[in-house]
Design a protein around this ligand. Structure first.
Ligand SMILES: NC(=O)C1=CN([C@@H]2O[C@H](COP(=O)(O)OP(=O)(O)OC[C@H]3O[C@@H](n4cnc5c(N)ncnc54)[C@H](O)[C@@H]3O)[C@@H](O)[C@H]2O)[C@@H](O)CC1
Ligand SMILES: [K+]
Length: 519
């Protein structure tokens, strides 16, 4: 497990390590500072020839900066410290580290008044690298005044920046910028990453993230109340495929969707599910788009549903599972579905159908119009995959409110509606009905194009249909979808201009790289 902590959780972990476990705070701070020094040496082989400017705030983040300053000065590196609080106001371990640095002959300037700040551009100009130790997890209000000025001048200097723990100005729990925030080249965080490291816009400010151990015992980090984790392949348990298997062993996925002008969506979902290894796939679509879906994806079976004059599904065909004469392992509903009356009745019917289900796109828009359906759902496993706009319609919060605290709002929704929620967008949040949350680190802006959501639906539903656990199918589907975009960008000429279909060969490659559990 790679927990992602809030500022309060980290504070408690630090405190328990010091008070209950008995490891002094000075040791933690020493290890934190030392880890930053190691990163600087590793990334800048010519560090000894650079001037290092260290900007320190008045809390323990500044204390880490003073540890860094001591090590570098002792190694003969040209090191300058600028303190943004009066030195005599430092307390605890930060004050001790200030004394140690000064005892070593280290020079320390205070930047408290306008005339001090006027010198900052010149100090920055002479710096070969800057350490941002202004504010860490203790950020408690919007940055303004001389801190804001320093951050703006630092960003304008375009110097390489190491952020200590978090880029100053980023809120640890939400990834939001409070006032303004440092743009770092590297960020070394301690013991565990924080939610902000993988939540935008904070994530973009971090640069390369390193999680450094500082002596906090693992059980302190892996507490049950630490419910947010990074989504990573290490914890999935994909079921093994037998060499003697046939298509019937790998599930039958029913995709319900499509409408006139939106025939590509169910076809894309089907193609992604195939690349995940689904055995059989049936696309049930309105009659007029059936030939299109069949020619886009000849490996899938198609089923024609009678349609309304606008190309949507007719209400009398709302029981497609029965009509098809088979019991699908999983239903994926929504890609290109449309929001006509027939589609609405279809959703109502599906919500009382006891089948595992993935709902996306127009299925979610229809659900938003009849929220009572969600409360009464009978799906043993239900995954909703909204983007922030769809989620806004579902949960009633404005998009800006959702984006300002994605983890909390997604978590509350999943818990109160007993669903798995995949809140899409950079740093996709996956929330389970039992209060656990994962943040997904893979993906890029190449996914910001039509069709990529349909692929994601196909990935998750395709894995579920093969007997993956709901949790693993959802986590792996999201992770591989993002990773495929990264691979496509790296190997096919960049993220912009990516077509959703470009992801398909990479999905197949990633699927086959996953470890399998023994049958
Ligand atoms: N024992 C510990 O608790 C450890 C803490 N560590 C470091 O300590 C940091 C947390 O330390 P603190 O809790 O002292 O917090 P910070 O050092 O992040 O900041 C707290 C100080 O900043 C002030 N402040 C808050 N918001 C401000 C704003 N917008 N503008 C100006 N000043 C503002 C507060 O009044 C307080 O004086 C971590 O991020 C990490 O870098 C590490 O040294 C590891 C051990
Ligand atoms: K910082």
């Amino acid at each position: 497990m790679q927990p992602l902590l809030t500022a309060e959780q980290m504070r408690r972990v630090d405190q328990d390590t010091i008070e209950r476990f008995g490891l002094p705070g000075m040791v933690l701070m020493e290890n934190a500072g030392r880890a930053c020094v190691d990163l600087l040496y590793a990334r800048l082989p010519d560090l000894a020839r650079r001037r290092v400017l260290i900007l320190c705030g008045g809390g323990n983040n500044g204390g880490d900066g003073l540890v860094i300053a001591r090590w570098l000065r002792d190694a003969g590196v040209d090191t300058r410290v600028v303190l943004f609080t009066p030195a005599d106001r430092l307390t605890g371990d930060a004050a001790t580290n200030q004394r140690l640095y000064t005892r070593l002959g280290g020079e320390l300037r205070e930047a408290l008044h306008e005339e001090d700040l006027a010198k900052l551009p010149s100090w920055l100009g002479h710096a070969g690298v800057v350490v941002d130790a202004l504010l860490g997890t203790g950020l408690e209000r919007a940055v303004e005044g001389h801190f804001a000025l320093a951050i703006e001048q630092l960003n304008a200097s375009r110097k390489p920046v190491l952020a200590v723990d978090l880029p100053s100005g980023i809120h640890a729990d939400t990834g939001q910028i409070l006032g303004c925030a440092v743009r770092a080249t590297w960020c070394v965080t301690f013991a565990a990453a924080k939610i902000a490291h993988y939540t935008h816009p904070g994530a973009e400010h971090c640069g390369e993230i390193t999680v450094a151990p500082i002596g906090i015992p693992r059980p302190m980090l892996e507490r049950p109340e630490h419910t947010v984790s990074l989504n990573s392949p290490a914890r999935w348990h994909p079921p093994a495929r037998s060499p003697a298997s046939h298509k019937g062993n790998h599930g039958h996925l029913l995709i319900l969707g499509g409408s006139r002008g939106k025939g590509g969506a169910p076809a894309l979902a089907a193609m992604a599910a195939q690349r995940m290894g689904s055995g059989l796939i049936t696309c049930a679509v309105p009659r007029s788009v059936q030939p299109q879906v069949a020619s886009l994806c000849p490996e899938a079976m198609t089923f024609a549903m009678d349609e309304e004059s606008d190309g949507g599904i007719l209400p009398e065909h709302r029981g497609p599972c029965k009509q098809l004469g088979f019991n699908p392992s999983v239903v994926a509903v929504g890609p290109g579905l449309g929001t006509g009356g027939g589609a609405a009745e279809l959703i109502a019917q599906l919500m009382i159908t006891p089948l595992p289900m993935v709902m996306d796109a127009d299925a979610l828009n229809l659900l938003a119009l009849q929220p009572g359906l969600l409360r009464a759902h009978r799906a043993p496993e239900l995954v909703l995959t909204p983007h922030p706009g769809e989620f806004s319609r579902l949960c009633g919060h404005r998009v800006e409110e959702i984006q300002a605290d994605r983890v909390t709002i997604a978590r509350n929704f999943a818990r109160s509606w007993r669903v798995w929620l995949v809140l899409k967008g950079a740093g996709t949040v996956i929330a389970s009905p039992d209060n656990r949350v994962w943040i997904n680190p893979t993906g890029n802006h190449g996914l910001a194009t039509g069709g990529s959501g349909d692929l994601l639906t196909g990935c998750i539903a395709g894995l579920m249909a093969q007997g993956w656990s709901l949790q693993d199918a959802t986590l792996a589907g999201v992770w591989m979808h993002g990773r495929a975009a990264e691979l496509s960008a790296a190997e096919q000429g960049g993220a912009a201009g990516m077509q959703s279909r470009d992801l398909l060969p990479y999905l197949r490659r990633l699927r086959n790289q996953l470890p399998q559990t023994t049958p």
